[in-house]
Write a protein that binds this ligand. Structure first.
Ligand code: HPA
Length: 316
């Protein structure tokens, strides 16, 4: 009964003001709903947000224990973007218990709301829920436009840092005073160095070393692609790729004590003069390319295999 009530209230009637207490209640409610549908002994170690296509292919080879449509989970939002399935999947990748989010909410889907704090808290809601379920590693994947001329469509890029000048900060507004969240969160520890090195190692081991880069991800709200001048500004200031997601999720995950890792799939490359002539269709097609899916899947599997070894080693 209670579940039904929540289902009715969210997402149709959004509160105008962000209320941390109500938000916490909503997180707990979603987490217990999900927990009831998972095997008793299943505690996720990592949570992977699978953005558009490409990296989402890992879902097919995951040893699944549950699939739950977002529409069933109280407080979850159905993504409106083509290519985002909208399921929570739970299972094992190379023995590591993982929650996979097939599809994300973007700020541009929500940002027209009167209260941007509420809008951003909707975007990162699943991050809090994964933390409540026990995950301590947050992995964001996304599709991005390449700004670095060394990149080719279909390449991967491990994010080393981000430029976040277009989103309002996700931690604006009344403080979330649970999960040991900090008010003034340092930003130097994002994108765990050891895990990045592990992705690199994985890429080399599966023969994809020259197609996996490291670099800076710049986030724009979208939904427009960049103007020529936007792209030149970003490139001149050190960005290697540009996209419309990930940053609010990474900030949130680190704010509640999770390690973070971000991997971009370069779906299109922006010309040296800043021209970004891509379209959503081109982005989607690039991500559905079987060779790209195979590359992304093999690198991720090898990463999880190596990661599982670090978990098993006595030093940790
Ligand atoms: N710009 C912004 N976001 C993107 C792009 C791009 O070129 N490609 C995929 N997502």
């Amino acid at each position: 009964m209670v579940q039904k009530e929540h289902h009715h209230v969210y997402p149709r009637e959004q509160p105008v003001f962000f209320n941390a207490e109500e938000y916490r209640h909503r997180i707990d409610h979603a987490a217990s709903f999900i927990k009831e549908r998972l095997p008793k002994d299943f505690v996720p170690k990592a949570v992977v947000t699978l953005g558009s296509g490409g990296l989402g292919a890992i879902a097919e080879s995951m040893e699944k224990v549950a699939t739950i449509p977002y529409g069933d989970i109280p407080g979850f939002f159905k993504p409106t973007v083509v290519g985002h399935a909208g399921n929570l999947i739970a299972g094992y990748i190379e023995g590591v218990p993982v929650i996979g989010y097939q599809g994300r909410r973007h700020y541009y889907e929500d940002g027209g709301q009167p209260n941007q704090v509420v809008a951003l808290k909707d975007v990162v809601f699943p991050v809090y829920v994964a933390r409540a379920l026990g995950a301590d590693l947050y992995i964001a994947t996304n599709a991005a436009g390449g700004l670095n001329p060394a990149q080719k469509p279909g390449d991967l890029m491990t994010i080393t840092s981000h430029i976040d000048i277009y989103f309002p900060n996700v931690l604006l507004g009344p403080q979330v005073d649970f999960m040991n969240a900090m008010r003034f969160q340092p930003q130097h520890g994002q994108y765990n160095k050891d895990l990045r090195a592990l992705v690199n190692q994985a890429a080399h081991r599966v023969g994809e070393g020259n197609r996996v880069h490291q670099g800076v991800y710049a986030a724009l709200t979208g939904p427009t692609f960049e103007s020529n001048a936007d792209s030149l500004l970003l490139r001149k200031n050190g960005a290697d790729a540009v996209g419309m997601s990930t940053v609010p999720e990474i900030i949130t995950a680190s704010n509640i004590g999770m390690e973070t890792l971000g991997i971009s799939l370069i779906s299109n490359v922006i010309a040296a003069d800043g021209t970004n002539a891509t379209s959503h269709e081109e982005v989607t097609a690039a991500l559905e390319d079987p060779a790209t899916r195979k590359r992304a899947t093999s690198v991720l599997h090898e990463f999880f295999r190596l990661y599982a070894q670090t978990l098993a080693s006595p030093q940790r």
